[in-house]
Design a protein around this ligand. Structure first.
Ligand SMILES: Cc1ncc(COP(=O)(O)O)c(C=O)c1O
Length: 438
């Protein structure tokens, strides 16, 4: 066993010599993963973990789903790459399946290799369609790692150089737990955020914004769920100023939030452009920007992507979407999400440093605090919990401005027993953290 432990340490040591230092894995002693199957992953030490973070909500059908593996293997042996200068049936198949799931008249797709590129595409498109440049984003947002995506992102630690791309302004995040007003109802909160959006447009833009972009549930921000009525109102506001509403569904899409395919559908709002990635293809590198034909037709000049729409990824994606439909992952996410949520509420009743439990479907989080009254972010307790869950054989995610929010987003195919097992491990880890504090 010892030599295997050393192998993990050795691989991490080698990574530090060749990979950018800015790439910071979880844990002080990072976890080196070597295999995954369903909701379990194995590290270089041979130790198994129940995966409740799914590579940031991405392996949403579990690791190595046999249908995806087989589709990828078949396509890799037939035709692996063409570029978008040639037409391939796998890309058309994947796009047809995708638009069958998207709401309204959103039926034009551009494929990329990542969420960040899909964000770039959406922004370029909004600017070309409206002939305007200014974009309103939300504080606490995370939209990716390119210059444009980092400019939209509103977390100091993810932004890098200041003043990235001009023409981006940020309005308040719909973050009820930390709202500066002591609002009690969703209506009051929505009024409050709507007023700030209007003020941001009137005071920090030229009054002619190209778009408002928002994650349906802020992911990296700590699974921040907007109040009821929020998206209806802000979509109406941005459109009243002649701008488009762009929904970033990179984390919340593909059944993750339960009941619907896309998170935004819970707010009965049809965006003008939707950005997707992560769970779209069960772990393969695919991003997509989906919109109406009148908007996609506004693209000026030509565009191509060497790897976007790659036949191997597209074949795997079509297989993943077929499984999602056949298994009705929306319904599963609701059922298992309710089970997970009930378990987390029980933990919140037991441990005073759990400030709030929130989320939808199988996208559930817990904001940790040092003190429930002051709501001081519980960064220290989160650090301890991350380590304790690892020791219990459970992978969880961390998010929030101070890294103090537990993020849970397992495979949408997770079973009742596996959710129960995850909750048991989480409770044991919480108890160990509590013991360490007293
Ligand atoms: C909401 C959201 N948008 C965009 C992105 C960027 O996606 P990618 O990392 O694939 O570039 C992310 C990544 O975490 C995300 O969470």
């Amino acid at each position: 066993m010892e030599s295997v432990v050393q192998r993990g340490v050795e691989i991490w040591g080698r990574q530090q010599d060749v990979i950018f230092d800015a790439v910071r894995p979880f844990y002080e002693e990072p976890l080196v993963l070597t295999e995954g199957q369903g909701v379990f992953v194995t590290d270089a030490d041979g130790r198994e973990y129940l995966d409740f973070f799914a590579g940031i909500l991405t392996t949403s059908l579990g690791h190595c789903h046999p249908r995806i593996v087989s589709a990828v293997q078949n396509q890799a042996g037939r035709l692996g790459h063409t570029s978008t200068l040639y037409v391939t049936e796998p890309q058309v198949n994947a796009a047809e399946r995708l638009v069958a799931l998207t709401p309204g008249e959103l039926d034009r797709v551009f494929f990329t290799n990542s969420g960040s590129e899909a964000i770039e595409t959406a922004l370029s498109l909004a600017r070309m369609h409206t002939g305007r440049t200014e974009i309103v984003a939300l504080r606490h947002a995370y939209h990716g790692r390119t210059d444009v995506a980092r400019s939209l992102t509103a977390h100091a630690s993810w932004r890098g150089l200041p003043s990235l791309v001009a023409g981006v302004t940020h309005t308040l995040a719909p973050y009820p737990y930390r709202a500066a007003i002591g609002a009690t109802s969703d209506e009051e909160l929505v009024d409050y955020y709507a007023r700030d959006l209007v003020e941001a447009i009137e005071t920090t833009t030229n009054g002619r914004p190209a778009a408002l972009i928002a994650e349906t549930i802020q992911g990296v921000g700590g699974f921040i769920v907007p109040p009821r009525g929020y998206f209806q109102r802000v979509a109406e506001i941005i459109r009243s100023y002649g701008g488009l509403f762009i929904s970033d569904e990179v984390q919340a899409g593909f059944g993750r939030t339960g009941v619907h395919w896309f998170g935004i559908e819970h707010w009965q709002t049809v965006p003008d452009i939707v950005v997707m990635a992560k769970g779209i293809a069960g772990g393969l590198p695919v991003g997509a920007t989906v919109t109406r034909a009148d908007i996609s037709d506004s693209w000026r000049g030509k565009t191509l992507s060497t790897f976007g729409g790659n036949p191997i990824c597209m074949a795997g994606m079509a297989a993943a979407l077929d499984v999602m439909v056949e298994e009705d992952v929306r319904a599963r996410a609701r059922e298992r999400g309710d089970q997970l949520r009930a378990g987390l509420e029980r933990l919140a009743a037991r441990f005073p440093w759990i400030g709030q439990v929130r989320g939808m479907g199988l996208m559930q989080g817990m904001e940790l605090v040092e003190d429930r009254v002051t709501k001081e972010p519980g960064a220290r307790v989160m650090k301890a919990l991350l380590q304790a869950t690892r020791e219990e054989g459970l992978l969880i995610g961390a998010g929030g401005l101070n890294g103090h929010v537990v993020r849970l987003g397992p495979s949408l195919l997770i079973s009742e027993n596996e959710v129960a097992e995850g909750l048991t491990r989480l409770e044991r880890a919480c108890a160990a953290v509590e013991e360490g504090r007293s």
